[in-house]
Design a binder for this molecule. Sequence first.
Ligand code: SF4
Length: 345
Amino acid sequence: MVKIAYFDACIETPEEILVAADITPIRLFGNPMIGIDEANEHIPPNHCVWARNILQQALKGLSQDIKGIIATHGCDCTNREFDIWLESVNLEFFYFLNAPLKRDNAALKFFMDDIKELIIQLEDKFNVNITTEKINRAIKEMNYIRDLLREISKYRERMILSSSIFHDLVKNVQQMEKDKAKEMLESKLNELKTTKSSLDKKMKKILLTGSVIDDTEFIKFLENLKYHIIIDDLCIGTKYFWNNVDETDDPIRALAKYHLNKPIYSTKFPSYERFKTLKTLAEQYNVDGIINIAQKFCEPVLYSHPYFSKKFRELGIPYLFVEMEYNRESYRQLTTRFEAFAEMI
Ligand code: SF4
């Protein structure tokens, strides 16, 4: 089966379109264990470390069965990096999906038109026919996967499932063929139904937010410091299964609406809209604190931080902001800060 990778900081790529084309969507993740010398030749030193890491992998060559890339509008880094991909990366298919920042009717029409253009280009390049029926079937399949993930997430909330295992599950779903993902999730859910909690109830319950956090080792690092991520607003997390696509509407409209109706992701503005979502989650899950992680030079998260810091202080909700490098050595260097926050809350 043909695979197409998507480079998307805020998870707004409509995977259903690829599934309907019998193409496997593969979300690109960073690899904190590699050097990034080739990427450094293309971009300035203050470019986000996560996006830089993905560029490095692309320059080195992605897996041979990946035939193309969809870059979906996220932040300025992802947008401009796509221009470098076009010039320097060897793939058969490139598409920039312009997911809009605004949420009004004009934005909806704009997004629908861009999804339609994606369909035309996929059909043309891969000689496939992406019919309404096939998209409707793919929407049902993805909604079922979202249902399963929401159900499994409840075991994380009840402290039966660890944050790192959950994180790893969501990552796998974003890279697997969806049939296999369904089987994996069904089996995990069955297992959880008879699992008793072995997690330490004294772990600090936190809401995790910030940049793309795709290294499960970082989540394990937090667990070792006695943090349990009871909830998040991340792309490898709740943003991937926040709600379902309307199965009764025209499928293109339903897909565009689904993505525009999700709470705004951390790569986008305004900060006060993001704050409202975080406040609601923090109160709903009665968290001990909020941890906001910025990958080094992640401008959108750096921009929101002073506002969040002020607002959470006013509410009396403990809040920790950390900017970090995209490598595992940097986690260890941050141990003292995380330990100090755990002691404080
Ligand atoms: S981590 Fe931040 S700067 Fe980097 S791609 Fe994501 S949103 Fe953009």
